[in-house]
Design a binder for this molecule. Structure first.
Ligand SMILES: [Zn+2]
Length: 262
């Protein structure tokens, strides 16, 4: 019977179907799983019904409630605070996801090397109707690495963001962050990354978890980069990990030996 159990588990595993999609054709992600987000200082967001500090607060809650909870992913989003700028193109420019700018005009939202959030009122390309609460895209790529992403909150005169509850705003922001860090839309209706009704999703689905874990997996060694991890502060202390591993290995070897004998 144990063998049957094993076979069943294998079958379930191998027939699992993922529905998540990636935002770029090459599955780009931020190289570092510790990602800071910023809100531009000139985002007054009058029509969206928030200010930059509230937007920052909403985003903090979004990462705490959604993406930072995934145990199978190393992603950790943190607030970088307010990004000081007087560039009005963050508020009025078109979002251009082209990495080299070759097909983007002069009136685009500026390229950034960070995850940036702004309120934006450009209505011909970004927000042609009230169906769009917010939009997001990686705007700067280098191969399979995202260098910068922008999230724009609809700040047009009839912004639907203004009519959302705080909890719904948090969910919408979490959905946009998913795009900004590399996830596309899922075709699972219960997923936060489903293409609509993100404001009604109160928790991540397994599909969301699978997607973010694919892009930002937990390091196998978990030794702060000694085998090629992505710790921002560089490799961690190797020797303490090594000797702890050695002692644990010895302990389990002794214990297994005893179990086998009995
Ligand atoms: Zn979306």
């Amino acid at each position: 019977m144990p063998k049957l159990g094993f076979i069943l588990i294998c079958l379930i595993k191998t027939t699992q179907v993922f529905a998540y999609r990636l935002n770029t054709s090459n599955g780009a992600s931020f190289g570092n799983s510790k990602i800071k987000f910023y809100v531009t200082s000139n985002s007054t967001c009058n029509n969206a019904g928030v200010d930059q500090n509230e937007l920052l607060s909403i985003t903090k809650e979004a990462v705490k409630k959604y993406w930072n909870t995934v145990s199978t992913s190393e992603i950790e989003l943190k607030s970088g605070g307010i990004f000081q700028t007087s560039d009005s193109l963050f508020l009025t420019g078109e979002l251009c996801p082209e990495q080299d700018g070759s097909t983007c005009g002069a009136n685009n939202v500026p390229y950034v090397s960070k995850l940036l959030i702004a309120c934006n009122s450009e209505s011909s390309v970004n927000f042609p109707s009230d169906d769009f609460i917010a939009i997001s895209a990686p705007t700067r790529l280098a191969g399979s690495r995202i260098r910068g992403s922008v999230i724009l909150i609809n700040d047009t005169a009839t912004s639907p963001f203004a009519n959302l509850s705080r909890a719904e705003r948090v969910s919408v922001m979490a959905h946009e962050i998913g795009h900004a860090v590399g996830l596309g839309h899922s075709n699972k209706t219960e997923a936060l990354m489903y293409f609509e009704n993100a404001d009604k999703i109160t928790r991540l689905s397994q599909d969301d978890r699978d997607g973010i874990s694919y892009l930002y997996p937990v390091s196998v060694d978990n030794c702060n980069g000694i085998f090629g991890g992505t710790s921002e502060s560089g490799p961690g202390p190797f020797l303490p990990h090594f000797f702890t591993g050695l002692m644990l290995g010895f302990f389990f070897w002794r214990r297994n030996k005893r179990i086998l004998k009995s």
